[in-house]
Design a protein. Structure first.
Ligand SMILES: Nc1ncnc2c1ncn2[C@@H]1O[C@H](COP(=O)(O)OP(=O)(O)OP(=O)(O)O)[C@@H](O)[C@H]1O
Ligand SMILES: [Mg+2]
Lengths: 231, 409
């Protein structure tokens, strides 16, 4: 990794508490982390360690209880709900373990959802969506519904959806967790291509084998970083 | 950057959710449907009744005061002891100031024949002023004249329907008909007028009062006296004055009624408005309750769709986008309820009208009148209810934390 790399994400002693009833869960316990542009970055750790929570903080799905988050050098804690929605729409593309496609919509319409919230016109929406559906090799499935697709195909649709608004960062939470190894490898191949195209890719996994694809990884245990690794 | 997503998209999502949960959507709008239907039915029945009353007032002739022997009727078929007389009519005409005109009538049911057509007809013997007093309009020919009364001429004027019945294919004017044993020449036809005070003008035959008194051997007797006041404000005075004069003339004996039916009808008309307002407010309350039904379903829907909402937010939906989507769903549901309610209300209104018509005398008109106004009011109110009751669930959805929504089990 070259020293001239630009810092994209900078977390400084991030804490996250969840208050559910009487119990207070300390999901993130002082995370310090820097992620550079165009990195392929992996977050590892056992179940319940706080990996997803960290990814959600990075993706502005939730704000940290304590600490500073600088995205492209500017503090996101000052942003209101509407601006956060804009950041999620334009800067990040999410891929979830459970695919999270809307079962009532076909492939094309699912991929169009982020563009709708980006106020893109219908014609342009379809053009952009068809383009990314082609990139994940599903052009022939455009009018199929999620229920008619295999798990691997559904995850490729989810990746297309994450890509469609041309975000600079792809966040993937156990993208291969529900897939057989062949489909999982295909997903990882696509994610690597995205990184080669210039995007930053951050994945959460508990699978060392999957993490092999990353240039850098951290291990989280009980909300704290235990090991930082560079390959 | 536009502040809201395309409405058509939010509309599409809302329409999809409603279709995807048909039964639930149907149940949720049921309260709304019945609320609006009640409102429409109430308004249409109220309006129908009101117009019916207004028509009656119009047909009766305006500013009318009626003097009749006690016991109301005074047809020659039912013996009434204290019949009024032509001189009563003259005295009233001369003594009361606030009247435009006075007309006495003497009525009788007589069998009328022409060729093979024979029928008992209601006949009124009257004076020229009767046309003015009762607002009768001559379609063809003329009405009774002063010479007709002086000479007890054998002429008659036919109501429009009677004219058609007796002269289906020919011009009646100048032809003769028999009333009882006597021949009468038809000199005039009235335009259609309808019913008033229990009399169908279109089936009435008018003859000079003197002629009918002569034929029935009741010279000088009058069954009713009609007085037309100069204005509706003066009808009260005229009633009062007529009572006093008749009392004096009869040396304190009663035996007559003086009444102003228009005043009664105006009161009835006012009551109809009150009835409309009262039932209308009850219907509005049931509409509000209908709104609560929609709100419940939307709250369930928000809970069920927490993951979807979280996902949409993760993909860039702003709280405003989510808010709009749920408010739109609510408004769509309530408008659906409103539109169905309007149709159900129209049906119920007509249905009720058809039942009410059976209680009216033959030839009575009764329609349910659905004004554009009442439809617009109902629809506007249902949309308002949708907005009102959609806002709370929509806020709940918009405020969901996307991260918690996504991890929600
Ligand atoms: N919305 C929430 N409300 C309450 N507690 C939460 C919430 N989200 C996460 N937690 C808690 O925070 C801790 C970390 O959760 P997180 O989902 O980040 O773990 P993880 O490392 O992603 O686990 P897994 O591998 O099972 O996905 C857990 O104890 C979890 O129960
Ligand atoms: Mg997780």
């Amino acid at each position: 990794m070259s020293t001239s790399a630009t810092t994209l994400i900078r977390l400084e002693s991030i804490h996250k508490f969840f208050q559910t009833g009487l119990t207070n869960v300390h999901a993130l316990d002082g995370i310090d982390l820097t992620i550079n542009e165009n990195e392929f970055f992996a977050i590892l750790g056992p179940s319940g360690s706080g990996k997803s929570t960290l990814l959600h903080v990075i993706g502005c799905l939730t704000s940290p209880s304590k600490g500073t988050y600088l995205l492209n050098g500017s503090d996101v804690s000052g942003l209101g709900q509407w601006n956060l929605a804009q950041v999620r729409n334009h800067t990040f593309g999410f891929v979830f373990q459970s695919f999270s496609l809307l079962s009532s919509l076909n492939v094309l319409d699912n991929v169009c959802v982020p563009l709708i919230y980006g106020r893109i016109h219908r014609k342009e929406r379809h053009r952009l969506a068809r383009d990314v559906i082609g990139q994940v090799g599903l052009s022939h499935r455009e009018h199929h519904f999620p229920g008619q697709l295999s798990g691997g195909e559904q995850q490729r649709v989810a990746i297309a959806r994450a890509l469609v608004s041309n975000p600079s960062v792809i966040l993937a939470d156990e993208p291969t967790g529900n897939l057989d190894s062949a489909s999982g490898d295909e997903i990882m191949r696509i994610l690597k291509t995205l990184q080669k195209q210039g995007r930053t890719v951050i994945i959460v996994t508990h699978d060392e084998h999957i993490a092999q694809n990353a240039q850098r990884e951290i291990h989280i245990v009980d909300g704290q970083i235990s090991v930082k690794g560079q390959k | 950057m536009k502040a809201i997503m395309p409405i058509s998209y939010a509309f599409g999502v809302a329409a999809y959710m409603i279709r995807a949960n048909k039964l639930r959507s149907f149940l949720s709008i049921l309260g709304m449907v019945f609320g609006v239907a009640t409102l429409i039915t109430t308004l249409s029945i109220g309006e129908g009744t009101r117009q019916q009353i207004l028509r009656t007032i119009e047909a009766m002739g305006s500013n009318l005061v009626i003097v009749s022997p006690k016991g109301g009727g005074g047809t020659t078929s039912s013996p009434v002891f204290d019949l009024l007389s032509t001189s009563d009519s003259e005295s009233l005409k001369n003594a009361i100031t606030d009247i435009e005109s006075v007309a006495g009538i003497f009525n009788s049911a007589i069998s009328m024949t022409r060729g093979v057509t024979e029928k008992a007809v209601y006949t009124e013997g009257t004076e020229p002023s009767y046309a003015l007093v009762r607002d009768l309009v001559i379609e063809k020919g003329r009405f009774i004249t002063i010479p007709d009364v002086e000479d007890a001429s054998r002429i008659c004027i036919l109501g429009s329907k009677t004219a058609k019945e007796f002269f289906p294919n020919e011009e009646p004017i100048g032809k003769t008909v028999s009333l009882g044993e006597t021949s009468f020449m038809v000199v005039g036809i009235l335009t259609e007028k309808g019913r008033a005070l229990g009399i169908d003008f279109d089936r009435t035959v008018f003859v000079p009062i003197s002629t009918l008194q002569e034929l029935t051997n009741r010279k000088g007797q009058v069954s009713r006296i009609f007085l037309k006041a100069v204005s509706s404000e003066k009808t009260g005075n005229v009633v009062e004055a007529a009572r006093n004069i008749l009392k004096v003339l009869r040396k304190g004996r009663g035996g007559f009624d003086v009444w102003d039916q228009e005043a009664l009808l105006r009161e009835k008309n006012r009551m109809t408005l009150v009835f409309k307002a009262a039932l209308g407010s009850i219907a509005m309350i049931s509409l509000l309750i209908g709104g609560i039904g929609i709100m419940n379903v939307l709250l369930i829907s928000v809970t069920e769709r927490v993951r979807e909402i979280g996902l949409r937010k993760a993909l860039g939906a702003s709280p405003g986008d989510i808010l709009m989507q749920f408010v739109l769903e609510s408004v769509l549901l309530s408008s659906l309820g409103g539109i169905s309610g309007v149709f159900l209300g129209m049906f119920l209104g007509n249905f009720t009208a058809n039942i009410l018509i059976k209680f009216l005398p033959e030839g009575g008109q009764w329609v349910s009148i659905i004004s554009l106004n009442s439809i617009v009011v109902s629809l506007a109110f249902s949309i308002l209810v949708g907005l009102l009751f959609g806002i709370y669930p929509a806020f709940k959805a918009a405020r969901l934390d996307p991260c918690e929504a996504l991890t929600y089990q």
